[in-house]
Design a protein around this ligand. Structure first.
Ligand SMILES: C[C@@](CO)(OP(=O)(O)O)[C@H](O)COP(=O)(O)OP(=O)(O)OC[C@H]1O[C@@H](n2ccc(N)nc2=O)[C@H](O)[C@@H]1O
Ligand SMILES: Nc1ncnc2c1ncn2[C@@H]1O[C@H](COP(=O)(O)OP(=O)(O)O)[C@@H](O)[C@H]1O
Length: 296
């Protein structure tokens, strides 16, 4: 799989819904409600899905492009649109088109990003007037990873991933590989052997080599294909699993180097190459739209 760069000027207006990587993921404790206290760096990528929105005068919300295996009422795009409509009592509705490129359930945040793009763009198109903090709070009801996509910055994260501080990391190009196995996030977090006491680090202490992903060993034990992929990739570049898996990323200083290794990948592993960006393409596009002189 090779994901095309998202155009900002095609018709209909496409809105980016980028992927993320967890450059590291430490589990530092557990809340009373069972959720885990995490530390992570969310790296925004320049590649992802894209969505288009057509506003309607009635209140119906429709997804024109259903996802195989995901009933419409469970699709995070529909859930996000309904949540915003209910919260703001907006009388308008919409028809949404989702161009799905990212593998689902791979730890690269596709569903959460789709929800965030829906909240951010409908807030603009419906004229709801919510700020990012309000949208992030709404988004958190849909998933722990939604707020980072609302703010759209590469960020150091704490809490369940909602306490975010922008961070500057070294420019890099990533080869993201999908081993093709499905890993359940709740299953990983309910594993008795999951390390849950990793000492906290400060934002300024973050160094890739001195951090790790606490979920990686558990996932490798349960899914040998992930372990095999990691063993293959580390031969070429520093590599790590993202989130609760199953995707794995290898880090390169430039696109050519990433593409050379991509060309050597065994055919059973799909992959894409993406650049790390400080600000998500969604936020850049939104900024341009708000800055346009003819906006109504
Ligand atoms: C851990 C991360 C890192 O990015 O994994 P990935 O999903 O990206 O792989 C995410 O924060 C996941 O966020 P998200 O996928 O939105 O998770 P949610 O729907 O909120 O939670 C799914 C389930 O995971 C567990 N969970 C999730 C987040 C957290 N901090 N502690 C938990 O224990 C809970 O059992 C929860 O019911
Ligand atoms: N719009 C959507 N895109 C992707 N997955 C979705 C969407 N709506 C609901 N889901 C469900 O959410 C699950 C997690 O999706 P995703 O965010 O892609 O993975 P992850 O949280 O591992 O990065 C999927 O397996 C799917 O069942």
């Amino acid at each position: 799989m090779d994901i095309a760069v998202m155009p900002a000027d095609s018709t209909p207006t496409w809105w980016p819904s980028p992927a993320k990587l967890n450059l590291f993921l430490h589990v530092t404790g557990r809340y009373d409600n069972g959720y885990h206290h995490l530390q992570s760096v969310f790296q925004m990528l320049d590649q992802g899905d894209r969505l288009a929105f057509e506003v309607t005068d009635d209140s119906s919300i429709t997804l024109a492009t259903p996802l195989p295996g995901v009933p419409a009422q469970d699709n995070l795009v529909i859930k996000a649109a309904r949540l915003l409509q209910r919260f703001t009592q907006c009388p308008q509705g919409c028809v949404i088109t989702l161009d799905k490129q990212l593998p689902m359930g791979g730890g690269i945040g596709g569903g959460s990003s789709n929800a965030a793009t829906t909240l951010v763009v409908l807030n603009y198109l419906w004229g709801c007037g919510l700020n990012d903090d309000a949208l992030a709070l709404l988004g958190l009801q849909l998933g722990a990873d939604v707020p980072v996509f609302i703010y759209g910055n590469t960020a150091f994260a704490e809490g369940v991933g909602e306490q975010l501080t922008p961070i500057t990391v070294a420019p890099a190009c990533y080869l993201v590989v999908n081993p093709g196995v499905h890993v359940s996030t709740p299953a990983v977090f309910s594993e008795p052997e999951l390390p849950r006491n990793t000492p906290k680090i400060g934002l300024s202490d973050y160094v890739f080599e001195k951090t790790h992903n606490d979920c990686q060993q558990i996932v490798c034990n349960r899914h040998p294909e992930v372990a095999k992929l990691l063993q293959w990739l580390v031969h070429y570049a520093p590599s790590r699993m993202t989130g609760t898996g199953a995707c794995v990323f290898a880090t390169f200083s430039n696109e050519d180097a990433a593409r050379k290794v991509q060309a050597k990948l065994p055919a059973n592993w799909s992959s894409f190459v993406a650049k790390g960006v400080a600000q998500s393409p969604l936020k850049r596009q939104l900024h341009d739209v708000y800055a346009a002189p003819d906006r109504h």
